[in-house]
Design a protein. Structure first.
Lengths: 295, 290, 570
């Protein structure tokens, strides 16, 4: 492919812009990473930028000393993997059905689904429903919450609708049932959209701390993010209690500041999921669809 | 195929739907739905007639509109740019730009405050070194700058993550199209406009429709932390939106019915906007939600 | 009598056996009641013979305690409870009194958690929470246990806390449901509000007199001239809508002023006492003079321009680097602010550091009537016992013991034998373990955790006395600052308690609007361009507030205040 002069300039501009963008998105995170390894009391003096000034593993020690952290990691991983699989399976099925022409009441189903995106009864009524179903404080609830995302369903549907009809027709001619077509033909070529939405779902499940905070009571079932909120709060408590009633007995200078703790917990919580994306990147490969119609 | 999902929605989304009714009551947590008195449209009336109403509506629309105006194209542009590069550079940039999505607003606002401060703020320092300004500017205490700061931070946070969907869509474009275009003499620049963009148009439109329907969700956590939990009196008049108002009334002040009414008001408007956007899209011939 | 003793002995033996069986090798476990008697060095001799159960009216709190396990929820986003037995004092309580507390966590979503517990009927046995609307909600729904029936059986409870304090804690229906935490029963108040000055800068500028506003302004101008990158005057971070700059300065604007009067936040009065009435903030000449002064020094660049947006972290950074010459805050003397900054500077330069000084005041104001801080005999928050509890009296008996001197000793200084072996005059005598302690390890033990039954007077005086028993090391900076300035300049605000109307009443709705309005007013005042501007803004604000219904709120508050005064004088 020959590139014109205009194209070359365009490419140069793009490279520059992307580099700048990469820097401003990366630096704050890098700074947080550095601060998580820096002594809190030193950080509060300001000026720590690209490298730790007073290196320490103290902040991480506090986080990992938390008895339940390994359990919480386990719960989070199970929830994320299990929840994502369930969500992808059921949502895509629904979306596939909604993408086909000639489904009876299709408009009704679509409207009913989209309606739920805008109208909700609120947290407390949801709580009552969950509680009455006996799902309060259960792992099953963690898997079920948010399983059907209408937003994702819409994205799936759009994607499925863009698939050439020829693909499915040829399978049907060969005697495939609807389910068969879905699993054998549609699924394999939907790599990008599944990869994307799995990532979205996984990220959501991984980061969610609020729902378990309200719906889970036993320390053995709480996921990582909720536990980390507890850790940060415990660190904040000491300073807050001092401010509120001057009865802290801390005789020693606080080397572990709230900020340092926040940074360490952020790293502990975020780094694992950050690494998922590169693995999914191979699904964003060009030409997945190419070749399937050339017959 | 449909039933599992539908059943789920019926139980978990429609089940609690009765909660909407508390907007028509003077709900008391202890009396429950059946015990609380019915007041009809009183809560709505109070909301619409409150002195804050117009301010809140204006802020909600303005902030959402800005977020959409800048935040909608930004990930698309990033995806298009990333499509033009390759190799390790592309992978690194892709991964790096989506990192801010994972940082919590609490942390981000802390950094923003630190950077934009007058005393020792890095941003002011930079501008002064470059001789753009003489004296430090008090960015965070001028209402005019609030929207700009809010939207910029949002774009920064979501641009990478938002581009993922578009990258996936672009990945599905048949390379043969590009080949035949360049054979016909089209420059790369032209190809972007004639091939890439039209091919991802369907998903763009869907997102745009959803974005318009979402316009009343102008933000919540980001605004809360940037106004220091609604304590910064200077920016309050431009920062209070429906969601922060509902939070204040509902959670903090326990005026559940009032908050529910405001929330319901928002939902109704949202769905009206969605219907409007959807039928407009239909008129233009392309995809639509239904 | 003999039969009683015999029965009692059997009971003790049974408990002892169970405990020894449960906690294999623990020397203390088996002798629950008996170990206590010889160690009670300051207990009145009459009650040396333990009575079991709370049959009689008098007696030591510890004897009225019976074993119980109960769940407790602390209603704050920021609090996470560790497991009960992780703390030495808690462990002692379980082993010696048979009491265990099982925490229920808020997980950072306290309001929602409380609501969800209410709707599912799953309230814990005891709750720790702020006074006011949440307690009243629970009372109205009949979820709380009345404490009046216990007052007769446990007269020491009333004595320790004080009858008028208890009266102030009664709810709308006249009944008592709340047990206060960090109540103040003695003569002295507490508080952490004060001004600090940068020692080095002060010395270099010739240590001028710094008492009045005029002197302060002159000093700040000098600082600004000589030290280009130092903030002359700075204040604590914005809190609950309150601008600390305005509050701190207000305290010196006229006799008997305190920041709470102009605070629209929760717990604030937002009205100025004038005779028997509370008048509008905008009618107060002291507020006007404060606004004029504050706006003027802000305009001149003598105080930080970031005052509305800076975070605690940012302020601490400036302090630790010596970049602030004069600092004022409601909590400036606490360990995490004043002491930390002082120690950080001193470590680098022994001449540097921060000193606490007597608060500034306008000319003509009596220096002894300047009150940047305030205290309330009702304390910080309260404990309530819910109808969910199977044995509410046992929980009450536990709390009764906890607020007593003995209980506080265990909670605050640890169980006996750990950091002290004997108690003289109510003061635990530090033993070697305490004197030679590793400060870090000591902190990690978190003694003092779970103390929601704080008895301020006992702890304050005992803490001070214990300090004197220590060998001559540098006295704790915070303690010095507190005892010389911040405790002394704190005003008793008990009569102004409960002046916050419930949010869903008419006054409450108006108050919310006034709150938002006031936030805007304050910001405009500070950024005003001239004195005339300030006056104009005040006049406008006054009119707007009136339109919003300020008058009605003031009437309501005045009534409540007068009611408080009547209750207190009973």
């Amino acid at each position: 492919m020959k590139l014109s002069a205009g194209d070359k300039l365009l490419k140069l501009i793009i490279y520059i812009l992307l580099t700048m963008l990469a820097f401003i998105t990366f630096y704050p995170f890098w700074n947080s990473f550095v601060l998580s390894f820096n002594l809190g009391s030193d950080t509060s003096l300001g000026g720590v930028t690209f490298w730790p000034r007073k290196f320490t593993l103290e902040n991480y020690k506090i986080v990992f000393q938390e008895k339940h952290i390994y359990q919480a990691y386990l719960i989070t991983i199970l929830r994320t993997v299990g929840g994502t699989l369930l969500a992808m399976f059921f949502t895509s099925l629904f979306a596939y059905a909604m993408s086909k022409k000639g489904i009876v009441f299709k408009k009704f189903y679509m409207f009913a689904a989209v309606f739920t995106m805008f109208f909700s009864g609120g947290l407390i009524p949801y709580f009552i429903v969950v509680y009455n179903l006996g799902l309060y404080n259960t792992f099953s609830f963690l898997l079920l919450h948010g399983m059907i995302s209408v937003y994702h369903m819409i994205i799936f549907r759009t994607f499925f609708m863009e698939l050439p009809d020829g693909l499915e027709e040829s399978a049907k001619i060969d005697g495939c049932s609807n389910f068969g077509v879905f699993f054998r033909i549609v699924l394999p070529v939907s790599g990008p959209v599944f990869a994307t939405l799995s990532l979205f779902t996984a990220v959501f499940l991984w980061n969610d701390w609020f729902i378990p905070a309200v719906f889970i009571n036993s320390q053995n079932l709480i996921p990582l993010q909720t536990l980390l909120v507890q850790v940060i709060n415990a660190g904040t408590t000491a300073s807050l209690m001092a401010n509120l009633n001057s009865y802290a007995q801390s005789m020693v200078e606080n080397t572990i500041t709230v900020k340092a703790l926040q940074m360490a917990t952020m790293m502990v919580a975020t780094l694992p999921i950050l690494f998922i994306y590169p693995f999914l990147q191979k699904y964003f490969v060009k030409g997945v669809l190419v070749g399937s119609l050339k017959e | 195929m449909i039933w599992p999902a539908l059943l789920f929605l019926i139980i978990f989304s429609y089940g609690p739907m009765w909660g909407i009714l508390i907007a028509f009551q003077e709900y008391d947590l202890f009396s429950g739905l059946r015990g609380s008195p019915w007041v009809g449209l009183l809560q709505f009336k109070m909301f619409v007639e409150s002195p804050e109403f117009w301010e809140i509506i204006r802020n909600t629309f303005a902030i959402s509109f800005l977020k959409l105006l800048i935040g909608f194209p930004a990930p698309i542009v990033l995806a298009l740019m990333l499509n033009e590069v390759a190799g390790a550079f592309k992978r690194v940039v892709q991964t790096v730009t989506y990192i801010p999505h994972f940082m919590s607003w609490v942390v981000i606002s802390g950094m923003a405050f630190s950077m934009l401060a007058v005393d020792n703020g890095a941003f002011n320092g930079l501008l002064q070194t470059l001789n753009v300004i003489d004296e430090p500017v008090n960015w965070l205490s001028k209402p005019n700058y609030f929207w700009g700061i809010l939207v910029s931070l949002n774009v920064w946070k979501e641009i990478g993550f938002g581009s993922i969907v578009y990258l996936a869509a672009i990945a599905g474009i048949d390379p043969a199209l590009y080949e035949s275009a360049s054979i016909d003499g089209a420059s790369r620049f032209k190809q972007i406009f004639l091939i890439t963009i039209p091919c991802i148009m369907p998903i763009m439109i869907i997102f745009l429709i959803l974005g318009i329907g979402n316009i009343l969700n102008a933000g919540y956590e980001d605004i809360l932390v940037l106004t220091k939990n609604m304590n910064n009196g200077i920016v309050l008049p431009v920062a209070n939106v429906i969601d922060t108002y509902v939070y204040q009334m509902g959670v903090l002040n326990q005026r559940y019915s009032y908050a529910a009414a405001a929330g319901l008001f928002k939902s109704i408007l949202s769905i009206a906007l969605l219907l409007f956007a959807n039928s407009a899209a239909r008129k233009f011939g392309r995809t639509s939600l239904w | 009598m003999l039969r009683k003793k015999w029965f009692h002995g059997l009971l003790v033996l049974a408990i002892g056996l169970t405990m020894t069986l449960a906690a294999c090798s623990n020397g203390n476990g088996g002798n629950a009641k008996e170990t206590n008697s010889p160690k009670k060095t300051n207990a009145p001799a009459a009650t040396a013979a333990p009575t079991d159960g709370a049959e009689t009216g008098s007696g030591d709190p510890i004897d009225k305690v019976r074993p119980v396990t109960f769940t407790q929820y602390v209603n704050y986003d920021w609090y996470t409870a560790p497991t009960w037995d992780e703390r030495p004092h808690a462990k002692w309580i379980t082993e010696n009194l048979g009491i265990t507390m099982e925490p229920v966590q808020s997980n950072g979503a306290a309001a929602t958690k409380l609501n969800s517990m209410i709707v599912s009927g799953q309230l814990p046995d005891a709750i720790v929470l702020d006074k006011g609307k949440d307690v009243e909600r629970l009372v109205k729904a009949g979820q709380l246990v009345e404490l009046d029936p216990y007052l007769e059986k446990y007269p020491e409870f009333v004595e320790t806390i004080g009858a008028d304090t208890l009266n102030m804690l009664r709810s709308e229906d006249g009944k008592l449901y709340q047990i206060p935490n960090w109540f103040i029963s003695g003569e002295n108040g507490n508080g952490n509000a004060a001004y600090l000055i940068n020692r080095k800068i002060y010395k270099e500028l010739g240590s001028p007199s710094l008492e009045t506003w005029a002197e302060l302004e002159a000093y700040l101008k000098q600082v600004k001239e000589k030290y280009k990158d130092v903030v002359p005057l700075d204040f604590g971070e914005i809190r609950d809508g309150e601008l600390q700059m305005l509050g701190m300065l207000y305290s010196g604007s006229a006799d008997d002023r305190t920041p709470a009067f102009i605070s629209a936040g929760s717990g604030g009065v937002f009205g100025i006492p004038s005779g028997q009435e509370l008048i509008s903030v905008y009618d107060d000449p002291a507020f006007e003079s404060t606004a004029l002064y504050a706006s003027s020094i802000f305009r001149q660049g003598l105080t930080s321009q970031d005052t509305f947006t800076q975070t605690r972290d940012q302020i601490l950074e400036k302090l630790k680097n010596g970049k602030i010459a004069v600092f004022g805050a409601y909590d400036s003397v606490v360990e995490g602010i004043g002491r930390e900054a002082n120690n950080a500077l001193q470590a680098k330069d022994p001449e540097a550091g921060y000193d606490v000084i007597w608060p500034f005041h306008a000319e003509g104001v009596d220096r002894n009537k300047v009150h940047p801080g305030g205290y309330n005999t009702l304390g910080w928050n309260v404990n309530v016992i819910t109808k969910n509890a199977k044995d509410p009296e046992a929980i009450f008996a536990f709390m009764n013991w906890a607020i007593s001197e003995e209980g506080q000793r265990v909670f605050f200084f640890g169980p006996e034998g750990l950091f002290y072996d004997e108690v003289v005059d109510g003061v635990p005598v530090p033993n070697d373990a305490y004197i030679n302690r590793d400060p870090k390890k000591y902190d990690e033990l978190k003694i003092g955790e779970f103390n929601w039954y704080g008895n301020t007077s006992y702890v304050d005086t005992t803490k001070g006395k214990r300090e004197k028993l220590l060998p001559q090391e540098a006295q704790d900076w915070t303690t010095v600052a507190q005892t010389t300035v911040s405790f002394v300049t704190s005003k008793n605000m008990t009569e102004f308690s409960n002046l916050d109307p419930l949010p869903n009443t008419e006054e409450g709705i108006i108050m919310q609007r006034l709150r938002d309005h006031f936030k805007g007013v304050v910001s405009k005042l500070i950024f005003a361009k001239s004195d005339d501007d300030v006056r104009k803004l005040l006049a406008e604000a006054k009119a707007e507030a009136e339109k919003l219904g300020y008058g009605k709120v003031l009437k309501w508050k005045t009534e409540k205040w007068q009611e408080n005064l009547r209750t207190m004088s009973q």
